[in-house]
Design a protein around this ligand. Structure first.
Ligand code: GTP
Ligand code: MG
Length: 318
């Protein structure tokens, strides 16, 4: 997706409205197309009808409309893949982490979710022939566990300049769930100008869980989480980027057979994510990944390793 159009190219957006939108951080037609009508009413101080028309016009300018199955196929042919650094993990996923999709990493503490997020923030920068997309990463960190030093070790292994690799990761710490949603909104402006090809949200759920504990606020929590996932999936789709989110597991007291743990976030996350990868610890630095609930993959597993230079296959001696 390029910067083909200016805000003023959208029918109904005059210079004054364009200024108001820019002041509110909506600087591209893409960002305008994904801004909810209600937010637009406030930002641009316009009527709901006008806001609705402007959003529709932005979408049709970008060709976001009903289409045919053939066009869907042609759009899918633009899907890019990012290597995880482990051949077995890549082939478990098909060819690696996909653009136009949300991949969810689920697992208990220390299972490797954050490590995979670090790894992908580096490998997305590799050229296509080496398993990357020559793009940047946008990293939303909700737990304060992002470590630039780790990025540098992984970059060195792949022969990338560690300094440049850090420059190519746009980072933000999200301090609460509203802030997290706001950052995702801002991301829509940053993606096209910076050639971002990967968005990481580590973790997608922790703020929501801690701010909305208990059954009384569950509906509100799920509504907000739904909004956030919707933002992410729209961006994955219209910008052709990969979205990777991490999720925790929680105990399920209502399960009497099988695994008493389940991913947090309920149906909203289950339905909102395209691919779900459940990570488990094995002995030493080994981890087991299992694909669950995939529309295209059979439920299967693989083993990978967390090494000092990143994610690797277990046979590799790094
Ligand atoms: P939570 O965020 O706590 O839920 O866990 P997580 O799934 O994000 O775990 P994370 O990805 O942080 O994995 C941590 C594990 O990675 C540690 O237990 C280490 O085994 C491993 N690890 C982290 N850094 C290094 C490193 O530099 N070298 C090696 N060999 N292993 C590392
Ligand atoms: Mg983590």
């Amino acid at each position: 997706m390029s910067f083909k159009y200016k805000l003023e190219d959208v029918e109904g957006v005059g210079p004054a409205t364009a200024e108001k939108l820019k002041a509110a951080g909506i600087t591209t037609v893409e960002a305008l197309a994904v801004t909810p009508v209600r937010a637009l009413v406030e930002i641009a101080d316009i009527s709901e009808d006008r806001a609705m028309i402007i959003t529709q016009n932005a979408r049709s300018l970008l060709n976001i409309k009903f289409t045919t199955a053939k066009e869907v196929l042609s759009k899918r042919s633009n899907i890019g893949y990012i290597t995880t650094g482990s051949k077995s993990l890549d082939s478990l996923l098909g060819r690696g982490i996909e653009t136009q999709a949300i991949t969810e990493l689920i697992g208990e503490f220390g299972s490797g979710k954050t490590q995979i997020c670090h790894q992908l923030s580096v490998t997305v920068q590799l050229p296509i022939e080496k398993g990357g997309l020559s793009g940047k990463a946008l990293y939303i960190d909700t737990e304060g566990t992002f470590r630039p030093e780790r990025i540098m070790s992984i970059a060195r292994y792949f022969g990338l300049n560690p300094d440049n690799t850090l420059d190519n990761i746009i980072y933000a710490r999200a301090y609460n769930s509203d802030h997290q949603i706001l950052l995702a909104e801002e991301a829509a402006n940053l993606i096209p100008e910076n050639n971002v090809k990967l968005i990481v949200v580590d973790s997608v759920i922790s703020h929501f869980r801690s701010e909305y504990p208990g059954r009384e606020v569950l509906a509100m929590r799920q509504q907000k989480l739904n909004k956030h996932l919707h933002q992410l999936s729209t961006m994955a789709d219209i910008f052709n980027v990969a979205v990777v989110v991490t999720n925790q597991i929680q105990s399920a007291p209502d399960v009497f057979f099988g695994n008493p743990n389940k991913p947090a976030g309920g149906n909203i996350l289950a339905h909102g994510c395209t691919y779900r990868l459940w990570l488990r610890k094995s002995k030493e630095n080994r981890r087991i990944a299992r694909i669950i609930d995939s529309p295209m993959h059979p439920e299967s597993e693989c083993i990978f390793a967390i090494t000092s230079s990143g994610i690797a296959d277990i046979e590799e001696d790094r």
